[in-house]
Ligand binder design. Structure first.
Ligand SMILES: *[C@@H]1O[C@H](CO)[C@@H](O)[C@H](O)[C@H]1NC(C)=O
Length: 218
């Protein structure tokens, strides 16, 4: 009995409590670790997502910039007109004949299914064309501006399509003026149209866009 009495009260419950506490601590540690791990992974994922997004948007804007630059550069080449068209201007390289005007080839003229040859626009495809010409001139006399046609059907003589005549009242001082001609004509393949003026040295040549000549199929 004594043995039992003197025995120090072994704390089985205490050790049990300790065991419980250590299990609890381990559980808490695992939980905290899992939570930390989760947060770390989440942070990594968010970072990666952000990186990918910014890279993607950067490359997308780069691609868009590239496309628009290329489009601007190639617009006049890639998008062909639906019908024959020509627009010619004056330029540094232009050498007029005495009365027949020449047009610039350096100025990158718009020429689609119409040729420019020997100061004339040469039709490639038969059809109805709107033909126009505008000139600036300085004259103190009578100035003629006309668009003529040279056709294989009437060899030798050219046919007048459009004509304007301007009379200056300032006989001593030449005055600057403009003439615009435009009209629709039925033209055949190999028909050549050209601009004729009374005297090409009266043409005002300050700006290449002041003197133009063009045609387009309607
Ligand atoms: C053309 O104009 C120039 C300059 O005004 C003049 O010297 C020349 O005589 C003119 N030519 C003709 C054929 O009228």
């Amino acid at each position: 009995m004594d043995n039992y009495a003197t025995r120090p009260p072994v704390p089985p419950r205490l050790s049990q409590g300790r065991q419980h506490a250590s299990v609890g601590q381990t559980l808490l540690f695992i939980l905290v670790s899992v939570a930390l791990c989760g947060m770390t992974i989440e942070a990594c994922l968010i970072y990666r997502l952000y990186q990918t997004e910014s890279v993607t948007s950067a490359s997308v804007s780069k691609i868009i910039a590239g496309i628009s630059a290329t489009a601007t550069k190639l617009r006049s080449r890639v998008i062909s007109p639906s019908k024959p068209v020509a627009h010619l201007t004056d330029g540094q390289d232009v050498v007029h004949a005495k009365d027949i005007m020449a047009w610039s080839t350096d100025a990158d003229p718009l020429l689609y299914k119409i040729d420019y040859k020997d100061r004339s626009l040469v039709i490639q495809k038969e059809g109805y064309y709107y033909v126009y010409s505008k000139v600036s001139f300085s004259d103190n006399g009578i100035f003629h501006h006309r668009v003529d046609l040279r056709t294989e059907k009437f060899t030798g003589k050219s046919i007048n399509l459009l004509k304007s005549r301007k009379y200056s009242n300032h006989f001593k001082h030449p005055e600057q003026s403009n003439s615009y001609l435009g009209g629709v004509f039925h033209l055949f393949k190999d028909d050549a149209i050209f601009v004729k003026v009374s005297n090409t040295s009266k043409i005002v040549r300050q700006d290449p866009t002041e003197n133009v000549f063009g045609a387009y199929m309607i």
